[in-house]
Design a protein around this ligand. Structure first.
Ligand code: PNS
Length: 154
């Protein structure tokens, strides 16, 4: 089964990588879709976010990183994926994710499969990582080493 894991990944966190790694054991092919959203301010460009993910996932032979602009369902169609996979951290994610899943199903019939985050990453988000880092806090345990390096040089 070929699946798509979409997201902003600004920056990729250990929570994202945990979901990607677990999916790579379950599904045969994984496309990590990095959204290009020019109207949303981001710390890293889509190219930088893709490059970080490629570097981190390079040992997973069934994981490919691609960026996309526009509707998720159009990208999912162009990649011929069987389903979309989203990580769910907590009930606070649920309302929004459930709405998106229903919209993506209505628009083009795509199923969304939810995978629970591992307990240790239940609170973790890219926004939290950026905020802690902006105040000089230690994010070493929250992001892959390569992302830490890039954040320190950003
Ligand atoms: O990591 P994020 O920011 O939660 O990812 C959100 C993402 C990229 C999955 C979502 O914004 C998205 O699907 N964007 C593409 C535009 C689109 O299809 N919007 C309608 C979704 S119902």
């Amino acid at each position: 089964m070929k699946i798509l894991i979409p997201g902003s990944f600004d920056p990729p966190t250990n929570g994202h990588i945990d979901v990607i790694n677990r999916c790579s054991e379950i599904f045969s092919e994984i496309i990590v879709g990095v959204v290009v959203n020019p109207s949303k301010e981001s710390l890293f460009t889509p190219e930088e976010r893709s490059e970080m993910l490629e570097k981190i996932c390079n040992e997973k032979t069934n994981v490919k990183v691609k960026s996309f602009e526009g509707l998720l369902v159009d990208f999912a169609t162009s990649e011929s994926v069987d389903a979309i996979v989203k990580g769910l951290r907590a009930m606070t994610d649920f309302d929004y994710e459930f709405q998106m899943a229903q919209a993506n199903s209505t628009l083009k019939g795509f199923e969304t499969i939810f995978i629970p985050s591992s307990p240790e990453y239940g609170y973790l988000s890219s926004s939290m990582v950026k905020e802690i880092h902006s105040y000089g806090g230690d994010i070493k345990s929250l992001v892959p080493d390569y992302v830490l390096e890039r954040m320190n040089n950003a």
